[in-house]
Design a protein around this ligand. Structure first.
Ligand SMILES: [Fe+2]
Length: 261
């Protein structure tokens, strides 16, 4: 009897592994398709001209968006809600919860094809964040009226640069990603622009250069975003790691997630 339970468990693991492998092959193929027709010269020029910001509408194929959307209902209990008066209101799910509940997001983050794309646009050799960073990949849920985040930089606490990727998954909202280009360059005039992060839209920017906010969500609206973080140097001083963790605990994922053992 014991043997048969063992066998069933073993077969179940093989089955789960086979499905996970098939899924990861599928997303690899889909991302290759998504970047196959990219005009790198044009996008690199846009990225540089906008002080290291790039926006690509319809970047994610629908088939991939659907794979992500199918997982959202099961992730509902893992959403951590935050409210910091005059700064931020909204929900988030950390990489740790995604790793246990929806590993496809972590697989997407690691895709070599996607790294290739990002390296070419940024002209950097980007690295994944260390396991200790709960913000490596995460989901943001704007689901209640007034959900927003005030103007901020995605400051790099790492020794090198930090790049943020935002990918729109759901946007039934009037919320805008509003940003002030060139704010960090004293001799240039700041330009304020905004965009809707529609499903499939990719936004890539240098966190220390783009001053940005998300305007408040209206009634009966929702906006769900996948965020990915890449760096040029994975080292971070202990004090900065502490500050970064405190920020993530208070403003995003809660203390239990961030300071889990
Ligand atoms: Fe941000």
């Amino acid at each position: 009897m014991k043997e048969s339970i063992k066998t069933v468990k073993y077969n179940f693991h093989i089955w789960v592994d086979a499905i996970a492998f098939k899924l990861s092959m599928e997303i690899q193929t889909e991302i290759y398709k998504a970047i196959a027709d990219v005009d790198y010269q044009k996008l690199q020029a846009e990225f540089q001209a906008q002080n290291e910001l790039l926006v690509v509408e319809n970047f994610l194929p629908n088939s991939m968006i659907e794979k992500f959307l199918a997982l959202l209902p099961s992730l509902q209990p893992a959403i951590n809600r935050n409210y910091i008066p005059n700064h931020k209101k909204g929900g988030s799910i950390s990489r740790y919860s995604l790793d246990s509940l929806a590993p496809i997001f972590g697989e997407f983050y690691q895709l070599s094809a996607f790294f290739e794309f990002l390296n070419k646009i940024t002209a950097e050799k980007l690295l994944p964040c260390p396991d200790a960073d709960p913000h490596t990949y995460a989901l943001y849920f704007y689901t209640e009226p007034g959900d927003h985040i005030q103007y901020h930089y995605d400051t790099s606490y790492y020794h090198g640069k930090r790049y943020t990727v935002l990918l729109g998954l759901v946007d039934d909202s009037s919320s805008k990603l509003e940003y002030q280009l060139y704010k960090d360059i004293p001799e240039r005039e700041t330009q304020t622009r905004s965009l809707s992060l529609t499903a499939g839209t990719l936004v890539l920017f240098n966190g220390d250069k783009l001053y940005h906010r998300v305007t408040p969500l209206g009634e009966n609206e929702q906006r769900i975003v996948l965020t990915l973080e890449y760096v040029t140097d994975t080292r971070m001083g202990m004090l900065k790691r502490f500050v970064s963790n405190m920020k993530d605990a208070i403003a995003y994922f809660g203390f239990r997630q961030v300071f889990r053992s």
